[in-house]
Design a protein around this ligand. Sequence first.
Ligand SMILES: C[S@@+](CC[C@H](N)C(=O)[O-])C[C@H]1O[C@@H](n2cnc3c(N)ncnc32)[C@H](O)[C@@H]1O
Length: 193
Amino acid sequence: MGSQWGHDKVYLKAKSEGYRSRAAYKLVEIQKRFDVIHRSDNVIDLGAAPGSWLQVVRTLTDGRVLGIDLSPIPPIEGVETIEGDLTDPHVYVQARALLGMVNVIISDASPKLSGQRSYDQARAIALGEEALGFACNVLKHGGNFVVKSFQGTDFPELLTETKRHFHSVKTCVTQATRRGSTELYIIAKNFVD
Ligand SMILES: C[S@@+](CC[C@H](N)C(=O)[O-])C[C@H]1O[C@@H](n2cnc3c(N)ncnc32)[C@H](O)[C@@H]1O
């Protein structure tokens, strides 16, 4: 992740603190500002490889933690993993068989970028919609959901759809997001199905 952009300060900080990627600080900030994960929560992390969000989540809860990604996630003590596609219904069935319904779902999933901005944004937002669909099938009533998205023509639709399922929905651009990026996170609390 760092190599694409050069080894910036945040990347080097992440390495020195033992995080697998700079993305860790995005979740740290989201947690500080929005308090999405509580001590006894079971948590699923979608698009979890290489695993820095999982490292953070493991410190925030004593509950069970499951990471799902297309790519293998190198082992983390106390974390279960599934190598699979979050858009595949078999994967959420597998997740439910492992953990049952959970308190929190977080998704930092993003597709491989082609470099064509509007095309990439549309695919990223479509993946966010898939993550929302996953959450609606696996979240407990009252649960919380965080999903990465991007400003773009399809974004308002994803936001509106999220608002249909949660009592409180906010957006957040994190400090660790690179300047010039359109990345933002939707923070949705209190699932009402
Ligand atoms: C930005 S990385 C996630 C970084 C991670 N949060 C961390 O802290 O280490 C995005 C991930 O989304 C995954 N991804 C993209 N599409 C996916 C899909 N359909 N199902 C599961 N994972 C997917 C990619 O394989 C990639 O590992």
